[in-house]
Ligand binder design. Structure first.
Ligand SMILES: *Cc1c(COP(=O)(O)O)cnc(C)c1O
Length: 389
């Protein structure tokens, strides 16, 4: 390993266990390392670089905005921010957008919107947020409280109070949990990402919609990882035939630049007044210009190609030696291997493929536009590593 990793080890806080690869460039789904190697990137920066490295359309959109205005704060109007909000609303039917800079912030905003909505409607004591066991909603103290995995909580308590977790896919438990608390909202991921790439049952998601409607409280869908085409649909809730009241998204939206968005539907679009929330960087024109260039390409024909590639991955890996099961949706895929996932990922790197893990699974989040041939090559390598006894 070289100078970069030495510096990193000396000066970067010890939160990240990095792989021994210094990435210095890339083209589409291929990453270049400082030692002159090429890797097929099956992680896309954790589902962020939706169109891969150095995508021409995205790069042109970003650099053209960069040469005009890089930042103004939210005291002034800028075109990319307004146009992106319009496009998000036109494509989803949601009514208003709040921009931030990350998934955790998008969820913070969703939680604030839900708490204010329900406080005004039912009383300030209705402040509890119901989320699922095994969920992941972020790393701030509030979104950690929302995250239903104790391993993330320890030694960081007290977390923000008012968060309760109920098991996924248990409709009666969800109803009981909502009714037995002073609930302000239910928040779920339709496909649990960090929790192991597990798609929720359709009946359960529909029941979450019905129960929240009966209680008169917002349903929040966390589309931070699943959103922006990742699930094979523009947003994963669309495959479930429901309409949420609040949607949070981030990761893949900016194509590689930090942006979060919280979309407010009919029920909640009027909830915020001047001063209720804010962000210095939120709606940054360069990030929004990049996001526009991503979102405008996520049309029906592109999304059906994502679903086709997904089908290929499921078929190729389900029948592979050493693979126990394949889960997920779209190009958000969890592979349960007989071998330990970390060993498979480590050996895939040696063979030129970058993969992720989620819990005990190998997780694949390739760029949405990964060429079929490149995808096939990566899957052949992953399958060959999984098959080693
Ligand atoms: C990654 C993720 C987050 C947190 O996003 P950050 O940008 O890291 O703050 C929240 N929710 C889900 C579902 C995620 O996958």
């Amino acid at each position: 390993m070289g100078v970069i990793s030495e510096l990193d080890k000396n000066y970067i806080a010890g939160t990240y266990k990095r792989f021994p690869v210094e990435i210095v460039g890339g083209d589409g789904s291929i990453a270049y390392s400082s030692d002159g190697k090429e890797y097929i990137d099956m992680g896309s920066g954790i589902g962020v670089t939706s169109f891969g490295y150095s995508d021409k359309i995205w790069r042109d959109a970003v650099t053209s905005q960069l040469s005009k205005v890089q930042h103004t704060s939210n005291l002034y109007y800028t075109e990319p921010c307004a146009r992106l909000a319009e496009m998000l609303c036109l494509k989803t039917g949601m009514k208003k957008v709040f921009f931030s800079n990350s998934g955790a912030e998008a969820n913070e905003c969703a939680i604030k919107a839900a708490r204010k909505y329900t406080a005004e409607k039912k009383g300030a004591e209705y402040s509890d947020i119901i989320t699922l066991e095994n969920s992941f909603h972020g790393r701030t103290l509030t979104t950690l409280a929302a995250t239903g995995q104790d391993s993330f909580h320890k030694l960081f308590t007290p977390l923000t109070p008012g968060f309760y977790h109920t098991p996924a896919n248990d409709i009666n438990a969800l109803r009981e949990c909502v009714k037995s608390h002073k609930s302000a909202a239910v928040m779920i991921e339709c496909v649990q990402g960090e929790g192991g790439v597990i798609a929720l049952d359709a009946d359960f998601v529909k029941a979450a919609r019905d129960i929240t409607r009966e209680e008169g409280i917002p349903l929040i869908i966390d589309e931070v990882q699943t959103g922006n085409g990742r699930s094979g649909y523009l947003y994963s809730y669309m495959a479930y035939g429901i309409v949420p009241d609040i949607v949070s998204t981030a990761k893949g939206l900016g194509g590689g630049l930090p942006i979060g968005a919280t979309l407010l539907g009919d029920l909640t679009c009027g909830v915020f007044s001047f001063g209720d929330h804010g962000s210095t960087f939120g709606g940054n024109p360069v990030c929004c210009a990049g996001a526009l260039s991503i979102l405008e390409r996520l049309d029906d024909s592109f999304l059906s190609q994502v679903r086709e590639k997904s089908k290929y991955v499921f078929e190729r890996l389900s029948s592979a030696d050493g693979v126990e099961s394949v889960s997920g949706a779209g190009l958000m895929i969890g592979v349960k291997t007989v071998r330990a996932a970390a060993d498979v990922v480590g050996e895939c790197i040696e063979k030129g493929v970058l993969c992720l893990t989620a819990k005990d699974k190998v997780r694949l989040l390739p760029a949405l536009n990964i060429p079929f041939e490149t995808l096939k090559k990566a899957l052949d390598i992953i399958a060959s590593v999984a098959a080693i006894k």
